[in-house]
Design a protein. Structure first.
Length: 423
């Protein structure tokens, strides 16, 4: 019987495990480390966030990205984008330094048991744990627009399903979306001589500005402080105070979660997109997609002519992720029923506790309660220690509280964990 099983070995899962193991909890981690960064992002991409805002979290702020880069003879400097390959290698290094009991098997099923949870691995082994932290990243939640769902996997793919865009060299590809993934993938395709167009509902492309210098006069820093999500006091609040964000009225949180930090391209990809090799069609919504003589016939509305038809060889949907309860298929149906309706995002309370006692959630799914930072790597710096606090409070209040689950002598808050419906 373990104290905590962490499901997922990306930035959030590894960070949670580092904090839990440092506190003496019997913790095991399952998942292929940094898998989405290593195998689900095209080569040649860069991090949108600043290097100093892309650290995984360990006690004492150890094992930072700049420390890894220094050891490898690489540069991690404000205003200089970090290659995705470098970040993935950093995550593997972090795992070696900060995390033990890392099992690369995937988890297939999680259900409750009288003494906690029973978890089944992909090869059929079952394990038991008093608590579970679900930190399985973005891939389970990838979203394909309705108009494209009748196409086959050879005809349409999600932006997160590509590691090598070389297969599209010499083809015609339509990229749907106007965020960073869409724009950077379109640029990479154009640079390898792929005919590429962007189709997006937005009226025009949005671009992030060049970040202000790290060292600035005091009055400029006070006017627009740096934060892990960009400069400015609003971004600072989202980035540095997720706990305060959770105390905002629910309606306010919901509005911010759906509108803040919307689709936009990084400043360093703008010239590549504006070079003229990409056919950009804004203000269009795809309404139909059908196979046509070995190609795909697309229909969009919103053009000056009202309706527009064109053909392509493949569609890449860079259309983001939707963290609904129905897509949390690792969880047994009975567990999902405790969290939310299928079309809703589960809610979490203090310490990232879900409505199912002993289950803790991390990452994108917690955005409605803890804010936009949870969509980015930077959110792990708050999530990891706070979630482990929640796990310790939960373990302390169970019948096994006298066991080794909580290191002796450690102080704990005395107020009970609030269930998600009360947050």
């Amino acid at each position: 019987m373990h104290d905590l099983l962490v499901v997922g070995a990306g930035p959030y899962g590894l960070s949670i495990a580092a904090h839990a193991q440092a506190r003496g909890l019997d913790t095991r981690v399952f998942g292929r480390p940094m898998d989405s960064w290593r195998h689900h992002m095209p080569r040649g991409m860069f991090l949108k966030s600043e290097p100093w805002a892309s650290n995984l979290s360990a006690p004492g702020a150890r094992y930072r990205l700049d420390q890894y880069c220094a050891g490898e003879g690489l540069v991690a400097r404000h205003g200089l984008p970090i290659p995705v390959e470098t970040f993935a290698s950093y995550g593997l290094w972090f795992a070696r330094q900060a995390v033990s009991q890392l099992d690369e098997r995937l988890i297939e099923h999680i259900d409750t048991a009288p003494d906690g949870f029973v978890v089944r691995t992909e090869d059929g082994q079952t394990l038991r744990s008093r608590a579970v932290a679900l930190a399985n990243g973005l891939l389970p939640y990838m979203h394909i627009p309705e108009a494209l769902r009748d196409l086959t996997g050879e005809q349409v793919s999600h932006s997160s399903q590509h590691n090598d865009l070389g297969r599209f060299r010499g083809s015609d590809v339509t990229v749907v979306g106007a965020g960073q993934a869409a724009l950077e993938i379109a640029a990479l395709l154009a640079e390898q001589q792929t005919r590429v167009r962007i189709v997006a509902r937005a009226a025009e492309l949005a671009w992030n500005t060049v970040p202000p210098p790290w060292e600035r006069p005091l009055h400029k820093s006070l006017r627009a402080p740096h934060s892990g999500l960009g400069s400015g006091w609003r971004n600072w609040f989202y980035s540095e105070r997720p706990g305060a964000f959770r105390r905002l009225p629910e309606r306010t949180r919901a509005a911010i979660a759906t509108t803040a930090l919307g689709p936009a391209g990084a400043w360093w990809v703008r010239d590549r997109v504006d070079a003229g090799a990409i056919d950009i069609r804004m203000g269009r919504t795809l309404v139909d997609a059908k196979p046509a003589a070995g190609r795909i016939h697309l229909r969009a509305v919103g053009s000056p002519q009202g309706m527009e038809d064109f053909e392509t060889d493949h569609v890449i949907a860079a259309t983001g992720f939707q963290a609904t309860c129905a897509r949390m298929t690792l969880l047994a149906p009975g567990v999902r029923q405790k969290l939310a309706r299928p079309e809703e995002t589960p809610r979490v309370a203090r310490g990232f506790a879900a409505a199912c006692p002993g289950l803790f959630l991390a990452g994108l799914v917690t955005t409605p309660d803890y804010g936009p930072a949870m969509r980015f790597v930077h959110g792990a710096t708050y999530t990891a220690p706070t979630l482990v606090d929640g796990v310790e409070r939960y373990l302390k209040r169970q019948p096994w509280r006298g066991s080794s689950a909580v290191p002796p002598g450690r102080r704990h808050a005395q107020d009970p964990v609030t269930v998600a419906s009360e947050s």
